[in-house]
Design a protein around this ligand. Sequence first.
Ligand code: SF4
Length: 321
Amino acid sequence: MQVAEPTLSKLKILLCEPRGFCAGVDRAIQIVEKALEQFGAPVYVRHEIVHNRYVVDDLKSKGAVFVEELDEVPDDGQPVIFSAHGVPKSVPEAARQRELFALDATCPLVSKVHREAERHFKAGRQIILIGHAGHPEVIGTMGQLPQGTVALVETAVHAMNITPVKDNIPLAYITQTTLSLDDTSEIIDILKSRYPDIKGPRKEDICYATTNRQQAVKAIAERCDAVLIVGAPNSSNSKRLVEVASRSGCPKAVLVQRADELDWSALEGIKTLGISAGASAPEILVDEIIESFEKHYEVTVETITTATEDIAFKLPRALKG
Ligand code: SF4
């Protein structure tokens, strides 16, 4: 007698598109890979090239050596690469003084904010940076200008209470590229109502990839019993996607790095699951998670496309030859 296979419950997966790698992350990883191809191992990388353990471990296995500071890099003539988040001006300066072979993987959209900061500073404006304290992008952006000249605002409450360092000096604001669109627009509205002449970018400096991924999650959140965001706990844009899912009506929004972290008991009874991935999470991790669900459920996958992306950034000249 044949034993009947237990029937699996049905699960609909709504897969956000766009999700995962953005052009800046793609470029940063290519810079490390091409440097390894062109110059051989080791290639030093200051800070995690992008905030994802899988990506970092993969590059380590190919010969990348990750360090936190330049003084950990020996004078052996091998390249040192600055991460996609950008670095304070003092870092390339120190590399120049030591005659290190530096390659800059700062995302061009972060560099654009650096230039904006410099422009405001040259025009004599006091700068407010909207961002999260301690994030490497914020450290890099603040480090474009002399210490004490950029004030950081993290929250709406903070924006209501901040007072300019000096009176009667015009103000300008810039933003981190990976913030929540909604929180940032609230903060900007507060700053503009308190300081009507404050200068800023036409919208904010939040990048296209952050914007598109947040809008895609917003579009599915209400239809889902749970949303999984594939990404790392230190990835700003991934954490923002979890918040967006919760605030847009999904009762359970979870950040997950790998399939083996999934808490099946917490997901019991779900019928519709949303999945997206932060800008530094590779697609292989999304595939791995969907495959895990296919072992527990009878899965159908529907891709929900809210934007198409065709942006690619050029590599540094030293890597083109
Ligand atoms: Fe660049 Fe945006 Fe990607 Fe950050 S998230 S690397 S700013 S494109």
